[in-house]
Design a protein around this ligand. Sequence first.
Ligand code: PMP
Ligand code: GLU
Length: 397
Amino acid sequence: MKLSDMALKIRPSTTLSLSAEANRRKAEGVDVINFSAGEPDFNTPENIKEAAIRAINENFTKYTPYEGIYDLRKAVAEELSNDGLEYEPEDIVISNGSKHALKNAFSAIIDPGDEVIILAPYWNSYVDIVNMVYGVPVIVQTRKENLFKVSVDQLEEAFTPKTKALIINSPNNPTGAVYSEDELRKIADFAVEKDIYVISDEIYKRLIYSRKLRHTSIASLGKEIKERTIVIDGFSKSFSMTGWRVGYSASNRDIAQAIANIQSNSTSNVNSVAQMAALEALRGDKSEVELMLKEFQHRRDFIAQRISDIPLLSSILPKGAFYLFVDVSKLLGHEVKGVMLNDSTDAARVLLDHYNVAVVPSDAFGVKNYIRISYATSMRDIVEGANRIEKFVKRNF
Ligand code: PMP
Ligand code: GLU
């Protein structure tokens, strides 16, 4: 019996698969440095964990409203007002992580054959999520010279009568690029003129390291753009809550209703206890969160400097998120340890098999010649991982 054409198209998430492989090797006793998953190494802050324990002890363990508990939706709406966004709790749907919020959002707006513009380098799951809802991913390659940001000319070129939506992810995974208000305004004008939706994935919005840049949500740039934008965010990254699976969408009321309807017939509500934890994350003390943000900046500065000191490697200093996107093109076309390095996947394979460092090859992000290093890991691992990468380059090239 044949599987559906859709299922046959879907690949396992490269980031999650690579991380699982690194963890498997670790469990077997291999000292692997895991630079693959974008998963903070910090524990979830104490006050958040305590809120969850309290919720269990108070028997907050039944179904909640499928769109999420009202207080959490209210807290999300309040927190979005810091970005100049006016939403009512009714415009917010709490989902099982921002990945699920993205899937719901696309399910709500995409018909079979609708095109979705995705900007490469892109976070790997976008393409598969669009495929899951029978949309057609249209990939636009951003340029390194443009700091991996798209221009409106490029968007014009990609636009067709079938274009239904565009995904913006700022700060960006995997490049760390952050769009300025000016740049977003041009994209917003394009989206309004062409009458398309914008999915704005803002999951790294609290992780910006440049004093000159601050996070701007494209939805904050006027009524018309807000009406057609679905803002996506979640608790995984900034609150170190990857396993809790809480994310959300904010959108106009019709879309929110459609998303809620979809969710009511698929997953129902997010785990009740996790919702109480997320409420504490937004409303409670943020001192541990602020410490994490400072530490990420410190790690970014360290790893970026170490990699730029290694001959043949180069990268652009990331402005946000927690990834370093490293150009390895000068290593390709050489044989190392009996393996011909034809692409960055080969380079990543040799790094893992012979130097015990797990990185993500950029083919997963729709571009060639790069590897992604996640620095959401401990300083000890970052120092050791950088040493091993240096050894790999200096001994073989
Ligand atoms: N968007 C981006 C850009 C990501 O890097 C990730 C990875 N965690 C997600 C969404 C999904 O995160 P989660 O489902 O854990 O909220
Ligand atoms: N988003 C993270 C990453 O890019 C976590 C893994 C995933 O969900 O893809 O590594």
